[in-house]
Design a binder for this molecule. Structure first.
Ligand code: PGA
Length: 272
């Protein structure tokens, strides 16, 4: 990543949405802006409460954000000493050391490169027996609640609008917003998009543990990072279409004042 990418950009004001939508020239600049905001949130939370509680995401989109954060730690400008993390999701079942686990992803992209205490890096456990999955998920929610909730949730968006692995459902907005952390089935579009890692649709692990919508929407700041032309249609639907559980990311508009959308020009292309 270049050390000083171009600044933003343009700020979109959408009649349909109160959300802050910042558009950057390219994915590097959007990722740098996300990292800048994360650094600020860590500093503010540590100053206010002595700790920062971060909700983190996996996938292709945040890789550059983690590169940027790791570079700042290496250069001495950032520390994860007072940080606790909770990841959005994990495949189920999966071993933590499996090359395709999100535990492995986080280790590779962030945890091995920063001074985060291992016992403060929480990822849902893809090895719990199925009979214990709901208790494990409830415990994950209690840990976040006991930590005072998330200071930040970093999000990506699936092509079906999912946030974490909260896939589209036929539920009321209120019921969807209250969903706890739980075991879920992956949506067909999610499985197609996971072919990048798994090699074929049939090889994709079809279930996952996901942080619930309640916890995501409860974060004090939400950063939604979306880049590339494949996200343009769903970004426009989430920001301009109806608020509905059929488009999970549209629920971010129910808490619009604490959400910042960081887009590159290709992902913003259908916003007008
Ligand atoms: P991606 O995934 O970053 O790999 O596009 C985003 C998501 O599904 O949330």
């Amino acid at each position: 990543m270049s050390p000083s990418p171009k600044p933003a950009e343009r700020t979109l004001h959408l009649a349909e949405s109160n959300s802050t939508v910042l558009v950057f020239a390219d994915a590097d600049a959007a990722s740098k802006a996300a990292a800048d905001r994360i650094v600020r949130i860590i500093a503010q939370a540590v100053a206010a409460r002595g700790k920062a509680i971060l909700g983190l995401a996996t996938g292709a989109t945040p890789e550059k954000v983690y590169d940027d954060l790791a570079a700042r730690v290496r250069d001495g400008g950032l520390s994860f000493r007072d940080v606790t993390t909770y990841n959005l999701d994990e495949y189920y079942p999966i071993q933590p050391l499996d090359a395709l686990s999100y535990r492995t992803y986080m280790h590779r992209h962030l945890f091995s490169r920063v001074d985060l205490a291992p016992n403060r890096a929480h990822i849902l456990d893809g090895t719990v027996p199925e009979t214990f999955a709901s208790e494990h998920a409830a415990q994950f929610d209690r840990w976040i609640d006991d930590d005072g909730g998330l200071d930040l949730q970093l999000l990506g968006i699936g092509r079906n609008g999912h946030i974490g692995f909260n896939e589209p459902l036929d539920l009321t907005v209120e019921a969807f917003a209250a969903l706890p952390t739980r075991l879920v089935d992956l949506h067909p579009i999610t499985k197609v998009d996971a072919v990048r890692e798994f090699g074929s649709v049939d090889a994709v692990i079809p279930r996952a543990l996901t942080m619930g919508v309640r916890q995501i929407l409860g974060a004090r700041t939400i950063l939604m990072l979306a880049t590339g032309p494949k996200k343009a249609a769903i970004v426009a639907e989430a920001l301009k279409g109806p608020i509905t559980a059929a488009v999970p990311a549209s629920l971010l508009r129910t808490v619009a004042d604490k959400v910042v959308w960081l887009l590159d020009e290709p992902a913003a292309a259908e916003l007008g």
